[in-house]
Design a protein around this ligand. Structure first.
Ligand SMILES: *Cc1c(COP(=O)(O)O)cnc(C)c1O
Length: 235
């Protein structure tokens, strides 16, 4: 369903909705290549087909302006530590009128949707973190964008054969993903580390794995490129 650059193909999405489809769930922004999906258009398609739409906005919240009503999403999830809040707490936005079956039984907390005593300190921390992130969003994004564009300009002019993966416009401002043909990702990381530069050769979820990135494979890179890849997160 992904085109070369990492966007969901909307025609294919429309055609894959069947009579029994009840939910579409699509990542808002990709954690490896930063691609921001056309969420509003996807929400429109889902609504027209009478299907609920959930978006995993864990990478987007705190980095992109989000208005659930403007976007038209039914469900949206976020994770506090991705916008400098405390670890171990997240939130799910549920549009009023949307019902779902709870995954754990017992207490009646959180409107009977999630049993268990609430982590109040975590919840307050999440609230404060998002408040601060939103206050600084525009300035912060402008700063990141400047740094990122400078970085891309310098690296692509010095090393002609590096490949920047993903789209450069519809992308998280603090994300870059680059393949260095002929250079081993792990080796590069060691050298960067010795120079005091933090980078990763894959997402935290797949750290320690020697498999090429499934995201890069899905957008059509061959496995060699996908393995010789390094992500940089500014911020
Ligand atoms: C980090 C991440 C998650 C997982 O969230 P955790 O709270 O760290 O477990 C899910 N989806 C995306 C897109 C992410 O970037």
């Amino acid at each position: 369903m992904l085109m070369k650059i990492g966007f969901v193909n909307l025609e294919e999405l429309k055609n894959s909705i069947k009579d029994e489809t009840i939910l579409i769930s699509i990542m808002f922004a990709n954690n490896e290549i930063g691609t921001i999906q056309p969420i509003k258009e996807i929400a429109r398609i889902a609504k027209k087909a009478n299907v609920l739409f959930h978006t995993d906005a864990v990478q987007a919240v705190g980095n992109v302006k989000i208005d659930v009503n403007d976007l038209g999403v039914d469900l949206l999830s976020m994770s506090s530590h991705k916008f400098y809040g405390p670890k171990g707490v997240g939130a799910l936005y549920v549009r009023s009128g949307v019902d779902f079956v709870k995954i754990q039984d017992g207490g009646h907390q959180e409107r009977n949707k999630r049993s268990g005593t609430e982590n109040v300190a975590g919840i307050v921390g999440l609230g404060k973190a998002i408040e601060l992130a939103n206050e600084n969003l525009e300035n912060y994004n402008a700063k990141l964008l400047k740094l990122r564009n400078y970085f891309i300009k310098e690296i692509t002019s010095k090393y002609q054969n590096v490949k920047v993966n993903g789209d450069l416009k519809q992308r998280l401002p603090g994300n870059i993903n680059i393949s260095f043909p002929g250079i081993d990702g792990e080796e590069l990381l060691l050298k960067l580390d010795s120079q005091g530069i933090c980078a990763s050769a894959g997402s935290a979820c797949s750290s320690g794995s020697l498999e090429p990135s499934h995201v890069l494979m899905a957008i059509g890179l061959d496995s060699d490129y996908a393995r010789r890849n390094t992500s940089y997160y500014f911020g």
